[in-house]
Design a protein around this ligand. Structure first.
Ligand SMILES: NC(=O)c1ccc[n+]([C@@H]2O[C@H](COP(=O)([O-])OP(=O)(O)OC[C@H]3O[C@@H](n4cnc5c(N)ncnc54)[C@H](OP(=O)(O)O)[C@@H]3O)[C@@H](O)[C@H]2O)c1
Length: 275
């Protein structure tokens, strides 16, 4: 039994903004994190779009005020431009009792969230997860001024993947590399599967082979401790077919395209902070 009367020790969690990421977080916590759906509330203005979560036993509502009032941990998961409207709805209840606020909003600084909510005692953590939270395989970058709140958030996100504590100025770069990164790697897998179809595989076989190969390559780094080039050296025999394919990809700008894409993405992710 957790300290807050539940089995996991987080108390009640509410997710304000049940969109793509908000829903993925909830699915991950319920399916991979072992969190009881009865301990989770999700809000959005059109909560008819949250029926699936409702049928899992999660409380769904459009009432942000009541959701915050009853929660120990409050996840802010709306779009940056929707934040001020949300803050005006919950400001009055934000300090009604101890809540930990965790914002996943891209570009919104700790200070901006703290001021927007008018916080004095309660703490804010900034988190940058990715949509692999839904399958327990995310990486979430975290930052906060308060150590206790940071540790609590880290424990919560460790239920749905890996975590990395960073200085606040690194959260925007993390948005590009690991949050947007999901789309970049999905596109790489899609491209590999299209190549696979052209050389004779059925689409489902090609996608399976490409995705499992990508997962294997990631495991060589994360589990076996290989540096990527070390792993590449082991499959590139002189005059062989791997080096021929790899060099052709590089002639076409593979590494350069990925590096430039990540830099462009990071510049764009920083725009909101400047605005
Ligand atoms: N998607 C990702 O991979 C990802 C990764 C890391 C960080 N983020 C950040 O996470 C945030 C959400 O991203 P997303 O992709 O999930 O966006 P999204 O799909 O547009 O979700 C935002 C949700 O917020 C709801 N909403 C808007 N105003 C609200 C209010 N006043 N009260 C309650 N709910 C409200 C919207 O639903 P209604 O219109 O029905 O209210 C919408 O479903 C963004 O700030 C983004 O930068 C996203």
């Amino acid at each position: 039994m957790g300290v807050k009367g539940d089995t996991h020790g987080f108390g009640r969690i509410c997710v304000l903004g049940g969109g793509n990421l908000g829903q993925a977080l909830v699915r991950g916590w319920v399916k991979c994190g072992g969190i009881d759906p009865k301990d989770i509330t999700v809000t959005r203005r059109d909560c008819s779009k949250l029926k699936d979560l409702g049928s899992m036993g999660v409380t769904v509502t459009a009432d942000n005020f009541a959701a915050v009032e009853n929660a120990d941990i409050v996840i802010i998961a709306v779009q940056p431009q929707q934040m001020s409207m949300l803050f005006s709805e919950i400001r009055e209840v934000a300090e009604s009792r101890p809540h930990t606020f965790i914002s996943v909003v891209s570009g919104a600084s700790l200070e901006l969230v703290k001021e927007g909510l008018g916080l004095d005692k309660n703490c804010v953590v900034r988190a940058m997860p990715n949509t692999a939270v839904s399958v327990g395989e995310a990486v979430t970058c975290l930052t906060a001024h308060d150590t206790k709140a940071l540790e609590e958030a880290e424990r919560l996100f460790k239920c749905i993947g890996k975590t990395l504590q960073l200085a606040e100025e690194m959260i925007t770069p993390a948005t590009a590399l690991s949050a947007c990164g999901i789309a970049f790697f999905l596109r790489c897998i899609r491209a590999a599967s299209q190549g696979g179809i052209e050389i004779g595989f059925h689409p489902e076989e090609a996608l399976f082979l490409a995705a499992q190969t990508a997962k294997g390559a990631a495991s060589l780094i994360l589990e076996a401790g290989f540096h990527p080039e070390e792993g590449i050296d082991k499959v590139t025999t002189p005059r062989g077919c791997t080096i021929a394919g790899l060099n052709e990809m590089e002639h076409q700008g593979l590494s350069s395209a990925i590096i430039r894409g990540i830099v462009t993405s990071a510049e764009k992710a920083g725009d909101f902070t400047e605005e």
